[in-house]
Design a protein. Structure first.
Length: 456
């Protein structure tokens, strides 16, 4: 009878193993579309055999655990590439907005305004001299100044939008760090029996992957199952303890700007590659570079036109500056000329027909004040447009290439940790057949038992 009991026990273990396999398969199928879920499988091993005089008889199967299929190397690599993609995308988006503000090389409003301004001076210088065209010069100058101001205001708005995005991402990052700490707490509690909390670990890894898109992250796993999250060289999550990032405004040469510090500290945090770093770089490098170069364009325009116009003489006086200010934000037409366009000087002598000065100002569109070979104010402006377009094209390509890298890694991850419904369907049939076969063995053993009882 001991032999039949062993067969019964072995068959029951087979049914339990098949049942566990079916349950795990059902769990995989249910979570096939769950973000961050890793496919699970049942780990089984043959029991120690029963040693008989004629040899070893197997005693069935033991369920040793449920394994979570994951490749840490691929996962960490994907986080690094996700961080780069988020950084490139942030910069590319900012350059796209700058292109919209400035326009293209062939179609930009500010460039057209500058051309119209110099053309108005050229028309004023052409014989027969028509002093009524002085009003056109002032009108075109006001239009150009308004375009400078519009660009300046748009760049200010872009700066403000970037700072709002930075604050929003800091809030998101702190929320994710809180969630990782909470997952650590749940995992440490769930794994006291020595078995891994697979689903909780999946959720935590998914949260860390989301963090990596905001800022590149390093992870250190402890023996108790918790993971420390390290950002910018600082441990932001240690077990269930969290340190938050905080946005503060500090005074700079450009006014008050948002910076990032760790909670309770004053030193600025320099986050590594990720969306936050891309947003900070976009504000501090891309937008600021365009603003500085536009300021140089405006300053060159103001300096060169004023240097010539102040040499001019009219019947009402001499030595008037045409522009005021020294940047795209402060540039303006001299109010005296706006009120009385007759103060616009055409020549140095003030005599009728002297339009030499007007022609020299018109020529500034083609060459700088230093003469032939020097770069004109329009050359500097066109160079800025070309550089922005070149940067945008470069980042577009970088984003596209990085998307391909991430897509390739995601495909490789899916082959390891992803759920294949076809494969799970095949497993379901396999476990069903195993269960039915084990049940058939038990049914046969029961028939043998009955036969033996009937013999008594």
């Amino acid at each position: 009878m001991g032999g039949l009991n062993s067969i019964m026990d072995a068959s029951l273990s087979a049914m339990f193993a098949a049942q566990a396999g079916l349950a795990t398969t059902g769990h995989n199928i249910a979570n096939a579309n769950t973000p961050g879920y890793s496919r699970q499988s049942v780990i089984v091993a043959a029991r120690s055999p029963e040693i008989m005089p004629y040899g070893a008889i197997g005693r069935g199967v033991d369920i040793q655990g449920i394994r979570r299929l994951q490749d840490e190397f691929l996962l960490n690599n994907m986080r690094i590439q996700n961080a780069r993609l988020a950084s490139y995308s942030s910069t590319d988006t900012t350059l796209y907005e700058i292109e919209n503000i400035l326009g293209s090389v062939d179609n930009d409003h500010l460039g057209d305004s500058m051309t119209n301004f110099f053309n108005a001076w050229g028309a004023l210088a052409q014989p027969p001299i028509n002093t009524s065209l002085k009003q056109d010069v002032v009108t075109n100058a006001i239009s150009m100044v308004n375009d400078f101001h519009a660009v300046s205001d748009s760049l200010d708005d872009l700066d403000a939008d970037l700072e709002k995005d930075i604050e929003s991402e800091i809030t998101n990052l702190n929320g994710l760090l809180d969630n990782v700490a909470d997952m650590n707490k749940q995992i440490m509690s769930a794994e006291t029996n020595g078995q891994p909390a697979n689903d909780l670990r999946d959720q935590r890894d998914y949260l860390i992957t989301e963090i990596s898109k905001i800022a590149q992250v390093s992870v250190i796993e402890r023996d108790d199952g918790s993971k420390d999250v390290v950002l910018a060289g600082r441990t932001m999550v240690a077990r269930d303890s969290v340190t938050h990032f905080e946005p503060i405004y500090t005074e700079t040469s450009r006014g008050y700007e948002l910076t990032i510090v760790a909670n309770g500290q004053k030193q600025q945090v320099a986050l590594s590659t990720g969306k936050l770093q891309g947003l900070m770089e976009s504000r501090d490098t891309q937008v600021n570079d365009v603003r500085e170069r536009l300021d140089e364009v405006a300053k060159q325009l103001i300096t060169e036109v004023n240097a010539l116009h102040s040499q001019g003489r009219t019947a009402l006086g001499s030595g008037h500056a045409f522009f005021t200010g020294d940047s795209i934000h402060t540039i303006d037409v001299n109010p005296a000329l706006v009120d009385n366009p007759d103060l616009v000087a055409m020549g140095r002598s003030g005599e009728d027909g002297d339009a030499e000065l007007a022609q020299e100002i018109a020529d500034l569109a083609q060459m700088g004040a230093s003469g032939p070979g020097s770069r004109s104010v329009t050359d500097h402006y066109r160079s800025l447009l070309t550089d922005v377009a070149s940067k945008r094209a470069s980042y577009e390509m970088m984003v596209e290439n990085q998307q391909n890298v991430v897509a390739s890694l995601e495909t490789r991850m899916a082959s390891v940790a992803g759920v294949s419904l076809d494969e799970e369907g095949a497993n379901m049939v396999k476990y069903q057949n195993s269960y039915n076969a084990a049940a058939k063995v038990i049914s046969t053993v029961q028939e043998v038992f009955n036969a033996l009882l009937n013999m008594v």
